[in-house]
Design a binder for this molecule. Structure first.
Ligand code: 13P
Length: 252
């Protein structure tokens, strides 16, 4: 089964509305002729509305970086799926390691967030990944299995086929220390095996991305691996030419 690669930038807590507009003004012409790859930007909540408007009709999808699992309620500071739909946002990253680490995001909450996003026809990008200590202790697969199995537990096979999973080893995020192609391929294949344990057909359709210090210079080799269907890009997604370089490597 051939899966269309997805290159998604995760801006994290970077860029004002003006910065975001400047980015797309430079980025859209660069990727205009690029076929065979899907492109997304995961932007701060404040920039979502303006970005959706300025990319309408383009090939760039705009995603959030978090969503609350409940439809509405007394959850000060949170954003619901309905609110994202209201802006024509395309989906959301969930379970990024920074949210797990600094904001107490749990596997149980992520299972609910997946269902909420899918019921709203929003694209979820579920992040998973082990820490340095966990890899050193030989626990990588156990950690990935726990994270993936718990998050997808409530999904039907049909729902599972619609998600994207990003494998992001915490030790490679923002460190310049990229996983070797073997490490990345092995972990992404393991993630897919966990999806297959639930529904083999769906697992073949799910895009599994790699994230962690992806740059134009290392993207080609990573993206050529059979179980790596794209990249979730942090630092290098802040510069239009770098993100374009990574997107171009996906179809080279
Ligand atoms: P870097 O590309 O900056 O390592 O960040 C990866 C990441 O966390 C994307 O979600």
């Amino acid at each position: 089964m051939s899966r269309i690669p997805l290159i998604a930038g995760n801006w994290k807590m970077h860029k004002t509305v003006e910065d975001a507009e400047d980015f797309v003004a430079a980025f859209l012409p660069l990727v205009q002729g690029l076929e065979g790859v899907e492109l997304a930007l995961c932007a701060p909540f404040t920039a979502l509305g303006p970005l959706v408007d300025s990319t309408r009709g383009s090939k760039l999808q705009i995603l959030a970086q978090n969503v609350h699992q409940a439809g509405s309620g007394a959850f000060t500071g949170e954003i619901s799926a309905v609110m994202l739909l209201d802006l024509d946002v395309h989906g959301s990253v969930i379970g990024h390691s920074e949210r797990r680490q600094f904001f107490g995001e749990t596997d149980e909450a992520l299972a609910e967030k997946l269902v909420t996003l899918l019921q709203s026809d929003l694209l979820p990008i579920l992040c998973v990944g082990e820490s340095d200590e966990q890899r050193e202790a030989g626990e990588t697969e156990a950690v990935l299995q726990r994270q993936v199995d718990a998050a997808i537990a409530p999904l039907t096979g049909e729902q599972l086929a619609k998600i994207v999973v990003a494998y992001e080893p915490i030790w490679a995020i923002g460190t310049g220390k990229v996983a070797t192609t073997e490490q990345a391929q092995e972990a992404c294949a393991f993630v897919r095996s966990r999806l297959a344990a639930k529904d083999a057909g769906a697992a073949e359709q799910v895009r599994v991305l790699y994230g962690g210090s992806v740059k134009p210079s290392n993207a080609g080799e990573l993206l050529a691996q059979p179980d790596i269907d794209g990249a979730l890009v942090g630092g290098a997604s802040l510069e239009p030419t770098d993100l374009h370089g990574i997107a171009a490597a996906a179809v080279a």
